[in-house]
Write a protein that binds this ligand. Structure first.
Ligand SMILES: *Cc1c(COP(=O)(O)O)cnc(C)c1O
Length: 394
């Protein structure tokens, strides 16, 4: 089996698993309890907070542990909206290709009377900082732009966008779920006010993540109850998950530079191999993308059939509509970069990592070539294209 869907989730690191088992066995106390085993859990929790904070250049007091990336996105955006509304600011800027955890939260706020500007994502999958600047108004409460896109992998000019927001006095949040553990992120250098991260995207366990919130920004609770997480996120902390996430994060950071080099080289080899297929195109800028992300459109075929046949060959990949499996809508990300419906339907996302071997890259290239050719051999759309009844787009 070749696992090439690391943007959906990653395999849990054995060291993280070992840590979680150890914590579950020995540090099972409730961190809010005052007796020994509770205080031991509290120590574990606070040690994790310090380590996570250090990785992104934050203060431990600026880290709130959450159930993952979605919750962190929700809390960051709703908090900024509430803060803005108090000052009569009800305008939010984001982009058309954000994760649904961001887009659906923005939809909800729109229903409450907020005005949302979704910036255009250009054909290369990148946001232009000047366009962010031009969209900022007197009543803008928040700019939220993802660090790296989960489908096409493009890495945004976050530092520049952050600097513009600082200059204009507007809060800046970034969904950095795909970036943390894979590329360097430093909230100070990158001018970030709020940041979301999720453990299972960097070999940690699922159901845990964190929100960085710069000192002085008041959070709104999404989950009400006890006074955990400085009163900003109720519920007994997932101590084993948090400790496991921390181990995985430290491991990822320790190997970040070497992984970046080796994974990018394999990505480029994969891209070069797939480009040999006629009438295809890479989605998003070829270089300004995550080291492990490869995303292509192949004209004249259906991404879903491509996935099923690749699965038969033991290759696990994804198409644009992975998050809405069962729905036939093409990916909102591919539409946002200007792909027409027909072309967006024929998409394939392969997300590799440091464990992917060169032999596996060769195997993927060979299999995708075979499957695309096979599917085109009986595709009515392809027949019309070849016969000249329809025009090739790619
Ligand atoms: C996976 C993902 C999320 C959601 O994170 P969960 O921990 O699964 O809730 C949010 N944003 C991006 C960009 C993601 O890739």
């Amino acid at each position: 089996m070749i696992y090439a869907d690391n943007a959906a989730t990653t395999k849990t690191s054995p060291k993280a698993i070992e840590k979680m088992v150890e914590v579950m066995n020995n540090t099972f106390g409730n961190p809010s309890s005052l007796y020994g085993v509770g205080q031991k859990a509290k120590e574990e929790l606070e040690k994790s907070r310090e380590e996570v904070a250090k990785v992104i250049g934050a203060n431990p007091k600026e880290i709130i542990f959450t159930s993952g990336g979605s919750e962190a996105d929700n809390q960051a955006i709703i908090s900024a909206a509430r803060l803005g509304a108090r000052k009569g600011k009800k305008h939010i800027i984001s982009s058309a290709f954000e994760h649904h955890a961001v887009l659906h939260t923005l939809n909800k706020l729109q229903g409450e009377g907020f005005e949302i500007t979704l910036l255009d994502v250009h054909e290369n999958g990148l946001i232009v900082p000047e366009e962010v600047e031009n969209a900022i108004r007197e009543d803008t409460a928040l700019v939220t732009i993802m660090f790296a896109n989960n489908e096409i992998g493009t890495i945004q000019p976050i530092r520049e966008i952050g600097a513009i927001c600082r200059k204009k006095g507007v809060l800046f949040h970034t969904d950095a779920v795909q970036a943390i553990g894979h590329v360097h992120v430093n909230v100070k250098e990158d001018n970030i006010d709020m940041l979301s991260a999720s453990s299972h995207k960097f070999h940690g366990p699922k159901g845990v993540g964190f929100l960085y919130v710069k000192k002085g920004i008041a959070l709104t609770n999404i989950i009400e109850g006890g006074a955990q997480e400085r009163g900003k996120r109720a519920g007994t902390e997932n101590v084993p998950g948090i400790a496991g996430m921390t181990v995985a994060l430290k491991e990822a950071i320790e190997h970040l530079d070497e992984n970046y080099e080796s994974v990018s080289a394999k990505r480029d080899k994969l891209i070069a191999g797939l480009k040999e297929i006629p009438h295809c195109a890479i989605n998003g800028d070829e270089k300004k993308r995550l080291p492990g992300n490869v995303n292509f459109c192949f004209e004249g075929i259906e991404g879903e059939s491509l996935l099923l046949l690749l699965d038969d060959k033991g290759i696990q990949a994804s198409s644009g509509s992975a998050c809405t499996s069962g729905s036939l809508d093409p990916s909102h990300v591919l539409l946002a970069i200007g792909r027409v419906h027909d072309v967006a339907h024929g998409s394939l996302r392969l997300t590799i990592n440091e464990e992917t071997t060169d032999a596996e890259i060769d195997e993927i290239i060979k299999s995708v070539k075979e499957v695309v050719e096979y599917l085109r051999s009986f595709s009515p759309i392809w027949r019309d294209l070849v016969a000249g009844k329809k025009e090739f787009i790619l």
